[in-house]
Design a protein around this ligand. Sequence first.
Ligand code: BV8
Length: 230
Amino acid sequence: MTRTVFVLTGAGISAESGLGTFRDRDGVWARFDPMRLATPEGFAADPVLVHEFYNHRRRDARAAAPNPAHAALARLEAGLAARGGRLFLCTQNIDDLHERAGSRHVVHMHGEVLRARCTACGTETVWHEDLGVETPCPHCGRRETMRPDVVWFGEMPKQLDVIDEALAEADLFVAVGTSGAVYPAAGNVAQARAFGIPTLALTLEAADNAGLFEATRLGRASETVPAFVD
Ligand code: BV8
């Protein structure tokens, strides 16, 4: 039987790379209002403010480096594939640290801050520079149409059908560094249990949905993930 491991990562796996988490004491949402900065309504109301917020996060993401937790998951992907198995890596994070650590198949269910999308023609492009209201779409040339290709609150996460299929065929579900506060990602563990799949949480503090995990290992991801993988 091919072994399929489903791993869901959150901001906690990137914390030791210096990228902020959201709900920890000094987290992003403790300092910024997600309803003003991470919703379509907030973007429509003040696109300059929202662009500036994501320009900071894009620069931080580019300046960050993968940590041993990202590297361990890249090893896990290669190891499972070598044995005819599969790692399905789904991340809530909008950085590219999994890819830069060597992971070849990453599903960014909440999009990627290093990609931009034109709301007029729909073109999506890799984007490493600052974005602004005046940035013309590289495809249709229109201005005031470019946005970060991230999923805001109230928007449909990406690849939900692919995620649900992978979860149904997994034989282990692991959540790394996520508070379990945001749906539908936070509902994955309940889906796994309904499928009779063993569930494991690797996190610093117990998540909101901690009670749904059969096993939890508390600690820093750069220690708990390599210990789980190797
Ligand atoms: C949806 C991208 C419909 C942008 C993010 C009213 C109106 C509309 C929707 C809703 C509503 N009320 C509720 C909803 C649903 C809403 C939701 O869940 N809201 C919550 C607040 C209740 N969800 C949505 O809107 C989603 N869309 O519902 O569409 C739909 C859905 C399904 C089917 C049909 C229709 C879209 C949500 C996506 C929002 N975008 N990010 C950006 O990044 O700016 S959310 C953002 O926060 C992340 O992406 C992540 O998903 C989420 C949670 O963050 P975490 O990754 O868990 O990080 P957090 O800081 O919370 O926790 C860190 C964890 O790490 C902690 O446990 C900590 O202990 C641990 N940790 C810290 N350090 C370490 C560590 N662990 C290990 N090592 C360490 N060193």
